[in-house]
Each structure stands twice: as C-alpha cells, then as structure tokens.
Write a protein that binds this ligand. Structure first.
Ligand code: HEM
Length: 404
C-alpha cells in the first residue's frame, strides 16, 4: 500500500463504497491563467491547506493557549485597533504579517462594493440567508465539518457568528481602519486552522468523510461560489425583473470577494480574476459536488427554523418555498423541504412584480407587496439584530469538537 496518492485512496474508497462519492472532487484542471496571480499552472487546491497558519494553531491548541487568546481577542475588533497585548509571541508575529490587505487591493473598488452592498442590502439578506446559507448544507464536506465541529451543536450561536462575518463584510467601512472585516477574517482564518487540527481527532467525523484534513483551499473556493458567485448570478437573473447593476458594480463586488478569499488564506493562484473565470470554476467545483447528507438535512432544518422563529409575516411553507425558489427544487427535494404549491404560485408571480415596483419600474403596487416587504424586512432584522456592532457575537477559536 505504499505510495498511494490521496486521490487514488479516494477513488479506491469510493469504489469500495467506503465513502460518499459526492465528497471526492475530480482531478483539478482549472488553469491559474485566469486567476489573480495569472500564472499558467494547474495546482490542485484540494491538496493545499494553510501552511502559514496551521502549524501555529496546532501548537497553540496543544499548549492550551487558545482560551487566553480568545480572551485577549475580545478587545481586538476594528481593523485599526492595535494588536492586543498578552498574546503568544508567535501569534503576534503572525498577525503582524498576515492581518492586512493584499498589495493588489483596490480601495476605490472596495468603496464602490460597499455602496453596492448598501443599495442591494435587502436582496443580499435574502440571497445569502435563504440561498447560500441553505446551499452550504448540500455541500457534503462543509455540512459534515460544520456538524461535527464544536459549533455544530449550537447552530443559533454559529449562525450569529456567521452573520457577524457577513455584517462586517457588508459594512460601508468594512476594509477601512474603523471597519471590522480584516480582523474578523483573520479570526476566521485562525478558526479554520484550529478546525484542521481538531476535526481529524473526531472519530464521528472520520467515520463519515473521505477527507484527511478539512477546509482546503479547494473547499473554501466551493463555499465562495455558493456565496459570491451564486449571488452574482441571481442578481444577473433578476435584472429581467428590473434590478440595476452596472459593470463597475459587478467588478467591485467580485473584488470584495477576491480580497475576502485572500484574507481567508486562499492562494492568489486559485482566486478567479473575472466573473467569467469564477463561473467556470463554479461549474467545475461546486455544481458536481452538491448532494444530500443526513448532517446537511438536519442543519438545513435547524437553519430554516431559526429564520422562521422571527415573524416574517409568512407561513413556514412560504419560507421553505422561497428557499426552493432561489435554490431549485432539486436542492429542495434533497433537503426534503415540504411543498406549499399555493405559496409557490404567489412567489412565482409576486416576486418579479415586487422587485419591479421596488426598483421604481412599475407604478402599480403588486397585490402581495406587504407580504414580500414584511418577509424581506424580517430577514433583514434577523440579520441585523445578530450582527450589529452593539450586539456583536464575536468569533472565537474553538478548542474541541462536537461532544460525543
Ligand atoms: C467557522 C466563514 C469556508 C467550516 C467559520 C466562521 C466563519 C466562517 C465566519 C466563524 C464562525 C463560527 O465559528 O461559526 C467561512 C467563509 C468561508 C468558509 C466566509 C468561505 C468563503 C469553510 C469551509 C468549511 C468551513 C469550506 C468546511 C468545508 C467551518 C467550521 C467552522 C468554521 C467547521 C468552525 C465552527 C466551530 O466553531 O465549531 N467559517 N467559512 N468553512 N468554518 Fe468556515
């Protein structure tokens, strides 16, 4: 059994029925010519983790220093804050090097992205929440990682932390000294590195995965496509309902995600340089890997129940149908989302009319206007209540896995 490559082990495992075949990505063939780095190479991102961060986190976890780090991090929230005192010296030195924007970050584009996020906020709440958030549960690796990690046992807290990331990313000053996003991203990068050390110690996780170490660069790219690329595609689709988005705004929105990926430790050679390149990568890495898992079905249900626990002015059936509407019935069926055909009819006709009216392109207020309005405002409030800087749920580095 010597010299077996990771991929041949995966193929063998899948052939023997030992693992879910959907988890194993096919051999990488996306050329980095269309990446930020622009180098014409074909490196497999599923074999790339985070060399700069992973050994550091492993050592901090093994020497029980993470609780102290989490305490010190409480006062470190804004991009312009000085590094907190009392951190282990290696971590201070790491943060000095990595807690910053890449040299290619373009502040003018980031400013335009911030304005765009503000203008589109209602649509973004909806698409990130009922689209991307639920899509993450049909990405088998992500669903299993989230389920078996420490935070998987408390999805309300986890959702609140994810909202923190989204809120910080979408704030007008996200990338400025008064904003929070660079720090929040660095904390997330450290969290992912901790998970890479911790999850392989979970027997339950090892039993359901083909993946020796979680959260590779390839995995992060998949999640990016379920967020940025998916939302961009939906907004393009909704242009036929009257939504306006200029080419400069599209480019700025991509740039924001490019910087976000860099801050999460994705190598520049994997970050798509254009939306065309992102779409191509997404067709390649996201679409074929989507599938149902018991963990994902459970997580989707928990997430949708969290959302419907606030008054959105609609029934649970309507909310589930909206998720189907933005994601596809194929995904809805995988997740066993209940059907409500009457609500679906209302959505199919009412949503385009609502967007048209909201964008000022139709003088006629559609019949279901207040229904859609309360629905979308309810989602926004849910997001904002969790993510505002006053009731902030800080991202903390885990020290264990989901209990037994
Ligand atoms: C933690 C964002 C990709 C698995 C987090 C956190 C954020 C985040 C904000 C901290 C909040 C929390 O602890 O719950 C992102 C973003 C991604 C990404 C923006 C890509 C664009 C991934 C991928 C996986 C993953 C690809 C797995 C395949 C996890 C896990 C945790 C985590 C297991 C820790 C949960 C815990 O504390 O137990 N991520 N993530 N993430 N992420 Fe990610």
């Amino acid at each position: 059994m010597q010299n077996l490559s990771r991929r041949s082990i995966l193929t063998l495992g899948a052939a023997l029925g030992l693992v879910a075949a959907t988890e194993a990505p096919k051999a990488w063939a996306w050329s980095s010519a269309d990446s930020i780095a622009g180098t014409d190479t074909v490196t497999d991102p599923w074999d790339v983790w985070d060399d700069a961060t992973d050994p550091l986190l492993a050592s901090l976890l093994d020497s029980n220093q993470i609780p102290g780090v989490n305490t010190a991090f409480q006062s470190w929230v804004k991009n312009g804050d000085p590094l907190p005192s009392g951190l282990p010296a290696q971590l201070t030195s790491y943060l000095t090097t990595y807690n910053k924007l890449p040299s290619w970050a373009d502040q003018a584009k980031l400013d335009l992205a911030a304005q765009f996020n503000k203008r589109m906020s209602m649509y973004l709440f909806l698409l990130y929440g009922l689209g991307s958030g639920i899509m993450s549960t049909v990405i088998p690796r992500e669903a299993r990682n989230v389920y078996w990690s420490e935070g998987g046992a408390g999805m309300k807290m986890r959702a609140a932390k994810t909202f923190t990331y989204g809120y910080d990313l979408s704030a007008v000053d996200a990338f400025k000294p008064t904003g929070h996003f660079v720090v929040t991203s660095t904390k997330t990068r450290l969290t992912h590195a901790a998970v890479r050390h911790l999850l392989p110690q979970s027997a339950q996780w090892r039993a359901v995965t083909d993946n020796p170490i979680p959260i590779s660069n390839g995995d992060i790219l998949i999640t990016f496509h379920s967020l940025g690329t998916y939302v961009h595609r939906k907004l393009l689709e909704w242009r036929s309902f009257g939504l306006k988005m200029s080419a400069a705004e599209e480019a700025a929105y991509l740039h924001m995600w490019q910087v976000a990926l860099h801050l999460l430790g994705v190598r520049d050679e994997f970050i798509p340089a254009t939306w065309a390149a992102a779409d191509e990568q997404s067709q390649y890495v996201l679409t074929p890997l989507l599938g149902a898992t018991p963990e994902g079905i459970d997580l989707a249900n928990i997430l949708l129940n969290l959302t419907s626990s606030v008054d959105l002015g609609v029934t649970k059936g309507f909310q589930r149908e909206f998720s189907r509407y933005v994601l596809s019935d194929k995904i809805g069926n995988w997740l066993k989302l209940p059907r409500d055909f009457i609500s679906r009819g209302v959505i199919e006709v009412g949503w385009p009319a609502y967007v048209l009216f909201r964008e000022g392109l139709s003088p006629i207020m559609p019949e279901g206007f207040s229904l859609f309005d309360q629905f979308i405002r309810g989602l926004a409030m849910l997001f904002l209540n969790n993510g505002t800087s006053t009731s902030y749920t800080p991202i903390t580095i885990p020290t264990g896995n989901r209990p037994g």
